[in-house]
Design a protein around this ligand. Structure first.
Ligand code: ATP
Ligand code: PRP
Length: 218
């Protein structure tokens, strides 16, 4: 049995076409069912639905053999013991520093001021500001980061940006582009040794799907 860990929403939706390329079709819609283990058309392959931030943990500890997870999640997790064969080029966005229009971020940085930054991504933020030599106090949040500067709790946030609509809706502007983000395939190293053929089949099919130019995919 091969167990694939996915999170509901964009990762699940964007992984489906890649699975189709490997001849795998998920037989239940996670938006309609409360089931956490979904069968596929291949009796030897099943999908487990976990929180996006839990995908690397499931694969690391063998709860799943393989998974799809964002670069952001992997960097926060550390990626220990995970084989990462492929950038799947899905769930694309970027990590950014954003601040209210009224906060002069560039000046604060120039003057060496301490900046309070709210974020779910404390590892990425700590490393980014350390490399820039900016002094920060980090506040760990688990969501709705945009609220922190609006309530006076933080000067700025580190969050994911795609269209920029969330920032705009909350009167925030992007002041630093930290890194591009997309999702990766992660594989349990022991599983790869024990179930080489079945996992290779999936990895190779995903690799072929990623290599196809997007216009031919549509
Ligand atoms: N607006 C976005 N556009 C494109 N990709 C995104 C966007 N937001 C997040 N992502 C990517 O998709 C992944 C999954 O995001 P999703 O919103 O499904 O989970 P989450 O709510 O961040 O995680 P959790 O449920 O564990 O808190 C993220 O880790 C990131 O790599
Ligand atoms: O630039 P935009 O296109 O507006 O996207 C950015 C938003 O997307 C993500 O949230 P998401 O929609 O995943 O909500 P969630 O974190 O609450 O799941 C991220 O945390 C931002 O809030």
């Amino acid at each position: 049995m091969i167990t694939l860990a996915l999170s509901k929403g964009r990762i699940f939706d964007e992984t489906l076409p890649l699975l189709a390329g490997a001849g795998i079709e998920v037989l239940e819609d996670p938006e309609k069912s409360r089931k956490l283990i979904l069968p596929t058309n291949q009796p030897e392959v099943r999908v487990v639905l976990v929180r996006a931030t839990d995908v690397p943990t499931y694969v690391e500890y063998g709860g799943a053999d393989i998974g799809v997870t964002g670069r952001d999640v992997l960097l926060e997790h550390g990626g220990a013991g995970l084989y990462q064969p492929l950038d799947l080029q899905i769930a694309k966005c970027h990590m950014a520093v954003a601040a209210p229009v009224g906060f002069d971020y560039a000046r604060a940085v120039r003057q060496g001021s301490r900046i309070t930054v709210a974020t779910k991504y404390t590892h990425i933020a700590r490393q980014f500001f350390a490399e820039k030599g900016v002094h920060v106090d980090l506040i760990k949040l688990y969501g709705s980061m945009e609220l922190a500067p609006l309530t006076g709790m933080a000067d700025a946030i580190v969050d994911l940006v795609s269209t920029g609509k969330t920032l705009k809706a909350n009167n925030l502007i992007e002041v630093e582009h930290i890194m591009d983000i997309s999702s990766r395939l992660v594989v349990n190293q022991a599983a790869l040794k024990l179930k080489t053929a079945a996992l290779r089949h999936i990895i190779d099919a995903f690799a072929r799907a990623v290599a196809v130019p997007e216009e031919l995919n549509n």
